[in-house]
Write a protein that binds this ligand. Structure first.
Ligand SMILES: O=C(O)CCC(=O)C(=O)O
Length: 271
């Protein structure tokens, strides 16, 4: 399987329309790949909170239309990163869009863990509630977005649902680049899965994003890793490695699901 991670530059100086056109052209240029991935919130920018209301769109909005056409033109599976979705309930969601080779929208995933503590997503967006996977001829894809990387229980749920390829769009901050590298590889090793982690590059909204997109195999081997700037990172992935490592090191079978919680777990009065 050949994959490309489009590590798009997201800056304050380019409009969402301009970036959408540029991203579509980059996707169209990936004919011959099997799967192409874009970063998190690359239309509005993940750190430009003030633009989210104006830039919000439904799942069949301008980004979806442009990405559907680009996926069809290149005949690739396209994980188009995430958009600020305005849901039917009026809430905003950080929503991933997956298109098949014909350009059909096959899955959406609303980010479950919202980043920001007392600002950003945590304040302005609603949380997704659904663990999402999809079977494809490439293998079963599982969805997670950026901050989700810090929550291994989501990844275990994805693997319990049969995931072999974890796709993680992100807009990770540059100053935590080493944490990104560790977490991406850790998820690959512990879930014995391929991880395709596509981060935005450049600065906007006062935040420098990490770049450093990675394709990692289930051994934790980094098959390809981007630098800090805009780049199309391409990797050849041998999907047989997933079944091979799960047979050779069957750690997922050794889980103990009945470990009792300590008596003082989460107790406010615990010393
Ligand atoms: O967890 C982090 O350090 C960054 C998360 C983040 O930037 C995001 O989810 O948008």
């Amino acid at each position: 399987m050949r994959v490309s991670l489009i590590q798009l530059l997201v800056s304050d100086t380019e409009s969402a329309d301009e970036r959408r056109a540029r991203a579509a052209a980059l996707v169209r240029g990936r004919a011959g790949d099997d799967l192409v991935v874009l970063p998190e919130l690359w239309t509005t920018g993940a750190w430009a909170y003030d633009d989210w209301q104006a830039g919000a769109e439904p799942v069949d909005g301008p980004t979806a239309r442009a990405m559907s056409a680009a996926a069809r033109s290149a005949a690739v599976w396209l994980h188009a990163g995430t958009v600020v979705e305005r849901g039917d309930d009026g809430s905003l969601y950080n929503t991933a869009l997956l298109f098949d080779r014909s350009g059909a929208l096959r899955r959406t995933y609303r980010k479950i863990h919202r980043y920001g503590f007392d600002t950003g997503e945590a304040v302005w967006m609603a949380a997704g509630r659904e663990v999402v996977t999809i079977g494809t001829e490439l293998g079963r894809l599982g969805f997670a977005t950026c901050y989700d990387l810090r929550f291994p229980e989501l990844f275990r749920a994805l693997v319990d649902a049969g995931t072999e390829i974890l796709v993680v769009p992100a807009a990770w901050p540059a100053r935590r680049r080493e944490q990104w590298r560790i977490l991406v590889r850790a998820r690959a090793v512990e879930e014995q899965a391929v991880v395709l982690a596509c981060c935005a590059s450049g600065s906007h909204g006062g935040m420098e994003q990490a770049g450093g997109s990675m394709a990692v195999d289930p051994w934790g081997t980094v098959l390809a890793e981007a630098g800090a700037g805009e780049e199309v990172l391409t990797a050849e992935i041998d999907m047989d490695v997933v079944a091979a490592i799960r047979a050779e090191l069957p750690v997922l079978q050794d889980r103990v699901l009945s470990i009792p919680a300590p008596e003082n777990a989460r107790s406010a009065s615990a010393p």
